[in-house]
Ligand binder design. Structure first.
Ligand code: ATP
Length: 332
């Protein structure tokens, strides 16, 4: 049984898309996609605490990357996740959520989705609702297309809106350098730009609902040199059209003998694949010096999905304990 003040901490990974093929606009306003996700070592952390006696409802506070531009109301994906789980499980939605963000907001890395995944698992453990993995994944899909993947992690094929997942066989660890941008790109705006470019004559290919063959082979073999040329993103031209500096980041990667690179999801994060740790360091230095990125990260993938972790110490001097934004009024 959980007592007031008790805390559960869960970490969930952000993602990059190794492949993102975009099909026609469906009647529901969404595009069908074929997406190959890889979870990378950028973790969102959500801690869920049972409020003291007499306090009820959901509160949220946010610290870390992009905290100031993360919503603190019921549109916050972690809050929505807690409310949805409480409704489905028939328990009172009483929890104080504290989010430590590492992924950029609106960065094409599914950071908000990772917050939702982490909140689902954290609240499930805190409230003892005993949801199965499948039930959490189902609720995740209602919250957003990328949420199920943040629960599952690894490397996976996503169909439909990206939420019908199948794990992709693979081996080895890949090294990525991420170029982050200060200002996010709106996913709907990138899709609109893509539809405009397609209407203006860029070819619209029929969707093959499978992992593209060269990508599947490279992953099975754990062959980074083969993975580079197999990376593909149908939203890349649109993202670069809205944010031309992204192409310069990709060019810089090529000039530094990267194995490949692409805009992640709807951008503006660019993921550049490199041979090993030392190549990652070399490229990170060059990217930082170029001034083309607001932040440069060296990460690896694939990593695991949402998992409970030990709570971090609450010392005010711990780097993760910089002052949070929020909490705002209790959300019921
Ligand atoms: P996607 O590609 O799934 O749209 P993204 O990685 O580009 O994701 P996110 O950071 O996940 O972008 O968030 C997109 C939008 O969702 C933000 O503009 C923000 O207003 C809203 N949002 C809601 N909850 C959160 C959250 N916990 N963290 C970040 N953004 C959130």
């Amino acid at each position: 049984m959980t007592l007031p003040g008790e805390r559960v901490v869960v970490r969930a990974p952000a993602k990059i898309n190794l492949a993102l093929r975009v099909g026609a606009l469906e009647d529901d306003g969404y595009h069908d996609v074929v997406s190959v996700y890889q979870a990378v070592s950028v973790f969102e952390e959500v801690s869920a605490t049972l409020p003291r006696d007499g306090v009820s409802g959901v509160t949220v506070s946010v610290r870390g990357t992009g905290a100031a531009s993360t919503p603190l109301d019921s549109s916050n994906l972690a809050v929505r996740a807690a409310l949805l789980l409480a409704e489905r499980a028939g328990v009172p939605a009483d929890v104080a959520l504290s989010i430590r963000k590492t992924a950029p907001v609106a960065g094409g890395m599914g950071g908000g989705s990772a917050d939702a995944a982490a909140a689902l698992l954290a609240c499930d453990l805190l409230w003892g609702t005993g949801a199965t993995r499948e039930e959490l994944v189902e609720m995740g899909a209602e919250l957003g297309a990328d949420v199920p993947f943040a629960l599952v992690g690894g490397t996976a094929l996503g169909l439909g809106r990206g939420d019908r997942l199948t794990p992709v066989l693979g081996r080895g660890e890949f090294h990525w350098v991420l170029a982050l941008a200060d200002e996010g790109l709106s996913t709907p705006a990138v899709y609109r730009e893509r539809d405009r470019l397609v209407a203006a004559g860029a070819p619209a290919e029929a969707l093959d609902p499978d992992v593209p063959a060269p990508l599947a082979q490279a992953l099975r073999a754990g062959d980074a040199a083969a993975l580079g040329p197999a990376l593909v993103n149908d939203l890349q031209a649109a993202a670069c059209s809205l944010r031309p500096s992204l192409q310069r980041v990709l060019d810089l990667g090529r000039d530094h003998d990267a194995l490949g690179g692409l805009v992640s999801g709807s951008g503006p994060t660019v993921a550049v694949l490199v041979r090993d740790r030392s190549a990652a360091l070399e490229l990170a230095v060059a990217l930082t010096a170029s001034g083309l990125a607001s932040d440069v990260r060296r990460v690896t993938g694939p990593v695991h999905g949402a998992r409970q972790v030990d709570p971090v110490p609450t010392s005010p001097f711990h780097p993760s304990n910089t002052p949070p934004t929020g909490p705002i009024d209790t959300i019921r």
